[in-house]
Design a protein around this ligand. Structure first.
Ligand code: HEM
Length: 156
């Protein structure tokens, strides 16, 4: 392993850790705590605040994942890689598109609904965000398993 591989590889790991670890924490720690302790109105306000603070990091992580991944794939591997790398890219593409859709639709809807005090609309948007984040969390964990275990199963 040389520096040319070490830098993008480290950035790649950092980005996936921030995105997937953040979703894991949101789903398994924040969500059940909010559901068990707060009434719907403050719960939706806190949930929105959590999303507003976490999502800029997700954007940064997605950009970093693609830049570092493409850097390794194109500049180091010369555009040729084993099946598990293509699986990683495919899953990452689906995850990225889900996040863009989640941000553009239910997240923006939830933001405007909370600002207007329309709690039913905010709750419906929140359910969509929660469901889409769970799908992305599952895909993200599968991607890590494939990416980390792939090299030992399928030779590059
Ligand atoms: C959520 C998305 C992603 C996750 C969780 C993920 C995770 C990983 C992991 C765990 C590794 C192995 C680390 C290592 O050997 O140092 C890896 C390597 C790699 N990833 Fe990703 N990755 C993601 C997205 C992407 C994307 C979008 C690309 C796009 C081009 C990509 C391209 C690569 C390449 C080329 C390698 C190196 C493979 C090799 O050494 O043969 N990854 N990734």
């Amino acid at each position: 392993m040389n520096l040319q591989m070490a830098i993008p590889s480290a950035l790649h790991q950092l980005a996936s850790l921030i995105w997937i670890g953040g979703m894991f924490f949101a789903h398994f720690a924040v969500r059940p705590t909010l559901a068990g302790t707060l009434d719907p109105e403050p719960r939706l306000r806190v949930a929105l605040g959590v999303f507003q603070r976490f999502f800029p990091w997700v954007w940064a992580a997605i950009v970093l994942l693609w830049l570092s991944g493409l850097w390794i794939f194109l500049a180091i591997l010369g555009g040729k890689a084993a099946l598990y790398v293509h699986a990683m890219m495919g899953l990452a593409l689906v995850m990225s598109l889900i996040f863009v859709g989640l941000y553009a639709l239910p997240f923006r809807r939830m933001r405007s609904a909370v600002a207007a005090g329309e709690w039913l609309r905010a709750a419906a948007a929140f359910r969509w965000i929660r469901g889409l984040m769970l799908i992305n969390l599952t895909l993200g964990l599968v991607t890590v398993l494939i990416a980390a275990g792939g090299p030992f199963l399928i030779p590059a």
